[in-house]
Design a protein around this ligand. Sequence first.
Ligand SMILES: C[S@@+](CC[C@H](N)C(=O)[O-])C[C@H]1O[C@@H](n2cnc3c(N)ncnc32)[C@H](O)[C@@H]1O
Length: 296
Amino acid sequence: MAELRREPLIMAGQGWDGYRLLDCGHGRKFESFGDFRFIRPEPQAMWAPRMDHWDADGEFVPGADEDGGGRWSLTRTLPEDGWPVAWNDVTFTAQPTPFRHLQFFPDMAPVWDWMGAQLADRSDAETMNLFGYTGVGSLALSRYGRVTHVDASKKSVAQARENAALSGMEDRPIRWMVDDAAKFTAREVRRERRYDGIILDPPKFGRGPKNETWRIEEGLPQLVSDCAKLLDSDSRFLFLTVYAVRMSSLAIAGLLQEALAHLPGVVEHGDLAVEEQGDNGRLLPTAIFARWSNPG
Ligand SMILES: C[S@@+](CC[C@H](N)C(=O)[O-])C[C@H]1O[C@@H](n2cnc3c(N)ncnc32)[C@H](O)[C@@H]1O
């Protein structure tokens, strides 16, 4: 029976050449994405910034409504089709989007590393990336075997395939699925499929390709339960992140523990964070996570 470790953990990314948290404070953060620097809103950075001045190429100015909206205000011209950023052997296109991010989530880097560590001895693993967005996680996983990438957005999946080509990984065994994550997973259960590892990074609210509604509080228990049915005692991991929702990591750890009660291994939970550059860099929390691992 999967054992729950009660003490929370921190999975903190230190940044790399392609991405750094340069400074943060007073409700904003200053980051570099390759050669370009941006300022974005960050309500959790309540402390004071350390630098006197942020010389950015652009800033995302939020709308009056705190649940979204806003626009980019650029101080310099950016490459029209974005620019390449690398993480290990994966290269992808960074570009400001109307949703205030830049086509990838740098705080996921320690998660990509952790999943790799769970599969380090494998080259034939079967993994699934639900809500896979622009595919950086799927490309990272493809080093260990076959990957099923699922996202509702045709545009995101097209971008993920472009990122595969940019990384020289277009021949990797990745199934690119434009589908509703919950429906697709339920179908995989009916097909009696199994996976060695599953990652899910669901938004608070989303829509499937046929306008199916995804609301995390309503959909997550069934989705986690279905994911658990696709894993067995030889499987290695399940990784769940949740962000922008009022929820503790203990809650999602409890959900994983219940769903994975029939399997060995451990369930851990905590915060994902990004560490500011420099000495004594502060930790900026970005999401909560719960993860199951099973060394076998
Ligand atoms: C925050 S992103 C995931 C980020 C990604 N894991 C990464 O690290 O790059 C959320 C994604 O969920 C997708 N999405 C929203 N609702 C969905 C649904 N019902 N089924 C499948 N994907 C959905 C969106 O298209 C979006 O690409």
